[in-house]
Design a protein around this ligand. Structure first.
Ligand SMILES: N[C@@H](CCC(=O)N[C@@H](CS)C(=O)NCC(=O)O)C(=O)O
Length: 228
């Protein structure tokens, strides 16, 4: 039995971009799993994996932490439909992983931090305010978000240009079919989708059409998730 520990917000919203990478990966492999919701301040739930972050996966008795390590593990244990195909595929996915973490997620966070704060579980608000406040240098998340959106939305769209160029030529980042590079970026888009009314993309953007395709995968798994 596979269990996924997944970050939960108010009204059982599931915004974690890293957990979405794993949910797409499990669906890609057709693996059933049980999802255990946890708030920021319920870290005792994932102590067995020696982790302070989610996703954490428990496969039988084996704990695996970190979304990238989980993808590697799933390919090793369930090689039927690979997430990280060839050596070059794996290197490409590693590059996309770093790009999403350090460029795209970093550009997106200031644009949605106020909406995140509004929807975090009440019992997690002090933790969120302190940890994210220290990162941003303020706990006025609404004001910070409004200011960030003045220029930040255009900057984010520009930062997405490498994906846009690829998606003009091919259906998915991974080619004709989706694989882990797509799940990484799709996970990023699930973050705002589940907690913020902000629309990030123009309707004629190839990234927008790709995002629709990602929402449709696996019987509309991601589309069915609670939105803002
Ligand atoms: N490198 C990790 C990052 C995971 C991560 O940062 N997860 C966030 C949720 S989106 C988390 O658990 N944060 C806990 C906290 O801030 O206390 C991965 O890819 O799994």
């Amino acid at each position: 039995m596979i269990t996924l520990y997944d970050l939960a917000f108010e009204e059982d919203r599931r915004p974690s971009p890293f957990c979405w990478r794993t949910k797409f990966s499990l669906a890609h492999k057709g693996l059933d799993f049980t999802s255990v919701p946890m708030g920021f301040t319920e870290k005792e739930k994932i102590a067995f994996a020696d982790s302070k972050t989610v996703p954490v996966l428990k496969d039988g008795e084996k704990p695996i932490k970190d979304s990238w390590a989980i993808a590697v593990y799933l390919d090793e244990m369930y090689p039927e439909k690979l997430l990280l195909k060839s050596e070059m595929g794996r290197s490409y996915a590693r590059f996309i992983n770093g790009w999403a973490d350090t460029v795209i997620n970093a550009a997106l966070f200031p644009l949605i931090v106020g909406d995140l704060y509004d929807r975090v579980r009440p019992e997690d608000k002090p933790y969120f305010a302190e940890s994210r406040g220290a990162r941003l240098g303020t706990q006025d998340f609404t004001g910070f978000q409004a200011k960030a959106r003045e220029k930040g939305l255009a900057a984010l769209r520009t930062a997405l240009e490498p994906a846009r160029r690829a998606l003009r030529e091919q259906k998915f980042l991974s080619g004709a079919e989706a694989a882990y590079p797509d799940y990484i970026l799709a996970g990023t888009f699930m973050w705002p989708r589940t907690i913020s009314p902000l629309e990030l993309l123009e309707p004629d953007d190839p990234v927008h059409a790709w995002r629709e395709r990602m929402l449709d995968l696996f019987g509309g798994m991601a589309r069915k998730a609670k939105t803002a």
